[in-house]
Design a protein around this ligand. Structure first.
Ligand code: GLN
Ligand code: ZN
Length: 755
């Protein structure tokens, strides 16, 4: 009998219970006992939900209070010396100090660097290893969670990030290769696996997502050594989980690893099944990831059944392609989604039910076969719905010319014209766009949405907020101002709500990092712009100050990347449709007298395919889409872009090809390391390296910012340099923002004197 399982579940809760529990704990309103109680309740609820959906084996230890990579680092004691003295008396305080930094009377600790989890919009904390890093087991989370699941009468399979992926996702303090630490790490892994076995676990799931990446000899060698060491110990059977892509040229390596079962992603890479069946030893079993764990659409159950039939008796488990972390929990909570769209969708719970259906239908159950047929009918009804198409948009797309996605005048000439128009001081200071959003702002937005606050009242409220924000920025002494983005709940949702082709969920939250969640729009149809989206607010702001106000848009790739996107046409085409809508918005802003327009593309890099051979194609259409949005403006209009948490070394050509007049990037957590890529490339356009980390409440000093800017000036000519924080400020509070931005302005002014 094929069993149904899954690889991991969203931790945040259908109503973001974990978020609330974390944030009230951080504010000191609740105790760690309260926090742990909520966590335990969520685990129990999610296990129960899976069991009710027909799951035979649930994972455990997939839960995390903040991030599973941080959990792994802490579990194996990879704690930087700087944070140790917080850990020793209070491990939970230490854990959160690593996650968020810690600033009090006795401490001034940075958070760990944060970066995207493969090509998803989930962020993990980058483990930081010492040169002489040692590892040992710390705490009993992995065992406690196993006991917890078993106490509920569940068959549970512990999950652990594999040793090679864990090391590869981290960084060594001295810049050396983390894989050199493998031999030091393996005994701790063995120790944990032995403990799990002693506790009665018959299987463990070891996640090695790095197996779908391009690997070098050192990586392959590490895999062989790691799994040989595990196999030699008395541990549970290993389910080696791979996901997010095709094993490709790593298949041979994987097939030779001494593990007992292999999970493969057949949603992203159904084509790999036949190759895997050939290469994978017949006596070892398979877990087929036939339901997409990264999207919200119903599975094509007929196609999935065909895969299951092909694999036949080799299949031990059916599962989602990857952890369900990346999808919302329950479509049942969605009452407002229109049909037939809703009928074509599935969230975590529905995906588990699909798996149950598939397993039963495969086993010959007639009721399941009938249910498959009706599910397929709902899927078809959605996919054939007339509201997916828009003839005007299609015609416009067919008429695209290459010249439309480029600025015609070269940058140096544009820069001169823009300088004449804007007359900014050297090292111009600005922000990334959003300013603190107090609960009052969120309340006004919600009241307006709910009809409790009329349009005029809402506009008055926003105008007041904008005025306030402008006065604050003027007082701080910034050179290029923004309106503050108070009308936006989220940089993608806001645009999605105004564009045709998008739908919105009420509870479709997915974790972005820690307690932060996003509610990705559902991009289901052709995209068009019925009316201007930002012009009103930007124009108002510009009318209220003598300083230039920067218009603020989210770029086409980011809108695509942070939405749940239709899968019935190439992503490139969907992206071009968004770009054309933005192009019209850009021109309308320009016509309204806005001289600087920022098109944020923080997700450009995360959209990169995991395999290098697929990069050029992606980058070509991503750059084209940005160009389509930005390319139509006059030379005197300055286009900015912003990217956060990106590593630029390998995409610097494409970033340069965007030809934005100014780019702002994250650099503060990595202490300006990121700038090297730009310096080496002799990146010609304006660049604003983030001078402080806005993801933590820590306030930087002018000296600290001055030092970072000094570092930047060593590699970037002053004429190109802009000064800004590393991202938007909407999650911060006004007092810290005032202090931090003032420090930034002060540091800049001091530096200007020396230029
Ligand atoms: N303009 C956006 C803001 O300031 C950019 C956010 C982002 O890069 N994620 O909020
Ligand atoms: Zn950002």
């Amino acid at each position: 009998m094929i069993q149904v399982t899954h690889l991991g579940f969203p931790r945040i809760g259908a109503r973001r219970e974990l978020k609330q529990a974390l944030e009230s704990f951080w504010k000191g309103q609740t105790t760690s006992t309260d926090l742990h109680a909520t966590a335990r309740e969520l685990r129990a609820r999610h296990w129960q939900l899976a069991r009710n959906a027909g799951v035979d084996v649930v994972p455990c230890n997939d839960f995390s209070l903040y991030d599973h990579v941080l959990d792994t680092a802490v579990l194996f004691d990879a704690i930087p010396p700087s944070h140790r003295d917080v850990f020793e008396p209070d491990p939970l305080a230490g854990y959160f100090a690593l996650a968020r930094g810690l600033q009090d009377d006795q401490h001034d600790l940075h958070a760990l660097e944060m970066t995207k989890w493969f090509d998803s919009n989930y962020h993990y904390l980058v483990p930081k290893f010492q040169v002489d890093q040692t590892f040992r087991l710390r705490g009993d989370k992995p065992l406690a969670e196993l006991r917890e699941a078993r106490a509920l009468g569940l068959e549970a399979r512990p999950v652990l990030l594999g040793p090679v992926s864990f090391l590869k996702l981290g960084k060594r303090e001295d810049g050396g290769c983390p894989l050199e630490l493998l031999d030091a790490l393996l005994p701790a892994y063995v120790h944990l696996l032995e403990q799990w076995k002693a506790e009665g676990a018959s299987w463990v799931q070891i996640d090695e997502p790095c197996l779908v990446l391009d690997l070098g000899d050192a990586d392959r060698d590490a895999y062989r050594r790691a799994f040989a060491a595990l196999a030699a110990a008395d541990i549970p059977q290993i389910l080696l989980a791979t996901y997010f892509g095709d094993l490709g040229d790593n298949l041979e390596l994987v097939a030779a690893l001494p593990v007992d079962a292999l999970h493969i992603d057949l949603a992203r890479a159904p084509q790999q099944l036949s190759r895997v069946l050939e290469a994978w030893p017949a006596e070892q079993s398979l877990s087929l990831g036939v339901v997409d764990g990264r999207n919200v659409w119903r599975t094509d159950l007929d196609a999935a059944l065909a895969l299951v039939h092909t694999a036949g008796s080799r299949v031990r488990w059916l599962a989602p392609s990857c952890s369900l972390l990346h999808v919302p929990i329950d479509l049942e909570l969605e009452r407002k989604l229109p049909q037939p769209l809703r009928g074509g969708m599935a969230f975590a719970r529905q995906k588990l039910e699909e798996l149950r259906l598939l397993a039963d239908a495969h086993a010959g159950d007639a009721a399941a076969a009938a249910a498959v047929a009706s599910a397929q009918a709902a899927r078809t009804a959605h996919r054939n719905a007339p509201e997916l198409g828009n003839a005007t948009v299609r015609a416009r797309l067919a008429g695209l010319l290459p010249a439309m996605s480029q600025r015609t005048t070269p940058y140096p000439q544009r820069a001169r014209l823009q300088h004449e128009r804007l007359a900014l001081p050297p090292l111009p200071t600005t922000t990334i766009g959003s300013f603190p959003q107090l609960s009052l702002v969120r309340k006004a937005r919600a009241d307006h949405k709910a009809g409790k606050l009329d349009d005029a009242g809402y506009r008055m409220f926003l105008e007041r907020e904008i005025d306030n924000c402008l006065r604050e920025q003027e007082a701080i002494g910034l050179d290029v101002l923004v309106h503050g983005e108070f009308e936006r709940n989220d940089m993608v949702e806001y645009f999605g709500e105004q564009l045709d082709g998008f739908a919105f969920t009420s509870h479709g939250w997915v974790q972005s990092y820690g307690s932060r969640c996003v509610k990705p729009p559902v991009l289901y149809g052709d995209v068009s712009r019925p009316r201007a989206m930002t012009v009103e607010w930007t124009r108002y702001a510009q009318s209220r100050t003598q300083y230039p106000v920067k218009g603020m848009l989210t770029g086409p790739v980011t809108i695509l990347q942070w939405s749940f996107v239709r899968d019935d046409q190439p992503r490139a085409d969907t992206c071009r449709q968004i770009a054309l809508a933005l192009r019209d918005e850009v021109l309308e802003l320009e016509a309204a007298g806005i001289a600087i327009i920022q098109i944020d593309e923080p997700a450009l890099r995360e959209g990169l395919p995991l395999r290098r051979e697929d990069w050029p194609r992606y980058l070509a259409w991503a750059v084209e889409a940005f160009g389509l949005a930005a390319g139509a403006v006059a030379d005197t209009t300055q286009i900015h872009t912003h990217m956060c948490y990106a590593e630029f070394n390998d995409i610097i050509d494409a970033v340069a090809a965007l030809d934005a007049d100014v780019i702002s990037i994250e650099t503060s957590r990595s202490r300006m390391e990121l700038l090297d890529a730009f310096a080496r490339f002799r990146y010609p356009n304006g660049i604003g390296p983030g001078v402080y980390d806005i993801h933590a409440p820590r306030v930087p000093s002018p000296t600290e910012i001055g030092e970072l800017l000094g570092k930047a000036l060593q590699v970037i000519p002053a004429a190109q340099l802009w000064v800004n924080p590393d991202c938007g400020l909407k999650t911060r509070g006004w007092p810290e923002v005032r202090k931090a931005l003032s420090a930034m302005v002060q540091a800049t002014r001091e530096l200007r004197l020396g230029l």
